[in-house]
Design a binder for this molecule. Sequence first.
Ligand SMILES: [Zn+2]
Length: 215
Amino acid sequence: VELSNQIRLKTQHGDMLVRYIGFARDTAPSTSSSAREALIITATENPNSPALVRVQSSCVFGEVFHSTQCDCGEQTQAALEQVIRENGILIYTMEEGRGAGLRNKVESIFIEQSSGKNSKEAYRALGLPVDLRDYALASEAIKLVLGLNPKIILMTNNPDKVRKIEKAGIEIVAVKSALPKAVDKAALSELVYKRDELGYDIPKFIHTKVAHAHG
Ligand SMILES: [Zn+2]
């Protein structure tokens, strides 16, 4: 992997330390690695052990344009705030659309809007697996910060992420929910979709809230 020098970045959540990590084109462990570039964000040089870790995939619509159709923007801010407060690690991977890339993300949303398909069906129509992420780069980044035999508390509601990061040799001592405290009504249906179609671990009350929103 390629690693940059460390910089300091001032944010509304406090100061953070930032490093770039990337796979050079010809050194990625497999061609399926969806993320080739990521940022490693920590509050200090020595994160707590076990470290609170969030692996966040980029979502330009939610994070930059504040789209209300997904919860990514709120999630990123909440994760950043917690990681800085609890001296943990945020790995921000550049992989739009669950690793499918920006073009496929836009094309899949077009299919959703023009045919009424959900995102899983739209990915299938594009000939893509519903989630291409393998977390290889994120796992390398965690090992780099925490050294051999890293122990982490992973912030996620995605069991697939837990499995793949564990498989990469990282001990997950606990899993913590990464749901933001409040989400827009439109983003609720995205969460219900993630739960029902992608197998995310999301509490039932969210579903009830949707039922109320429509009732
Ligand atoms: Zn999003």
